[in-house]
Design a protein around this ligand. Structure first.
Ligand SMILES: Nc1ncnc2c1ncn2[C@@H]1O[C@H](COP(=O)(O)OP(=O)(O)OP(=O)(O)O)[C@@H](O)[C@H]1O
Ligand SMILES: [Mg+2]
Length: 231
């Protein structure tokens, strides 16, 4: 039986109130299963970031229900007070801005969360080294974030969000600062993690070339989320 890792039911988000209110997501309902890679597509302003940050427990929905890995997260209010802990344990989030910790070197940036979650430092270091090697920044372990290019920082941030072997990976245009070949290898790595470690992966992308690498496509248009059929 397929296991829903992300379950979204009738989820809505309205920013603001009264005349100036903007409904960014209207009654979204869908499930995403372990081992699936799902693309979120749609025009600028259609609600993709709103949707992915609600799934990631960063943006609070206005109504509806969110269940992650069997835990009810939101049902008119946050059910789990400590959403930060859930994010750290279950979710790898790749943001548009890479948010590396400026006073930690590359290796420390990648190993800090696994270590906070109790992974022994040898094991954390080895996983970090493998990911950084794969992403082509294995020679930068002791560099500080300020010494990296935009694309290198983005790859370190990707390694960081994967180092924790999360159940869910959420990425908002993760390959925006990368050239075609590197973008493709990042997507191939995400796909491999989904299939080998049963991670559920949701990626906001504008890049048509990446679409064959996804199992499903969800299209967001003017706040309405629809399954794209026939892909
Ligand atoms: N914090 C906010 N306050 C008020 N309105 C917001 C806020 N964030 C987003 N919106 C509005 O909600 C709608 C959806 O925005 P969102 O950022 O989710 O779109 P997007 O699909 O991610 O766009 P892009 O492709 O440009 O990143 C837009 O009309 C936007 O102006
Ligand atoms: Mg966006």
């Amino acid at each position: 039986m397929k296991k829903a890792v992300i379950s979204v039911q009738n989820m809505c988000k309205t920013y603001g109130e009264g005349e100036g209110a903007v409904t960014a997501i209207k009654e979204a309902t869908f499930e995403i299963y372990a081992g699936e890679t799902v693309a979120l597509l749609g025009p600028s302003g259609s609600g993709k970031t709103t949707l992915i940050t609600m799934i990631g427990c960063i943006t609070q929905p206005t109504s509806g229900k969110l269940t992650l890995d069997g835990d009810l997260m939101y049902d008119e209010a946050w059910k789990i007070d400590d959403t930060r802990r859930i994010r750290r344990e279950k979710i790898g989030f790749i943001f548009q801005a890479h948010n590396l910790i400026p006073f930690l070197n590359v290796m420390e940036n990648v190993t800090i969360v696994p270590q906070m979650n109790g992974v022994k430092s040898d094991a954390a270091n080895q996983t970090a080294k493998e990911l950084l090697d794969y992403l082509g920044v294995g020679d930068k372990l002791t560099k500080m974030p300020s010494q990296l290019s935009g694309g290198q920082s983005q790859r370190v941030a990707i390694a960081r969000s994967l180092a924790n072997t999360p159940k869910i990976i959420l990425a908002d245009e993760p390959t925006a600062a990368l050239d075609g070949e590197r973008a493709l290898s990042v997507m191939q790595l995400l796909r491999k993690l989904a299939h080998e470690q049963a991670v559920a992966i949701v990626v906001v992308t504008h890049d048509e070339r990446m679409l064959p690498l996804f199992d499903r496509i969800l299209r967001v248009e003017d706040g309405v989320v629809k399954e794209e059929l026939g892909t």
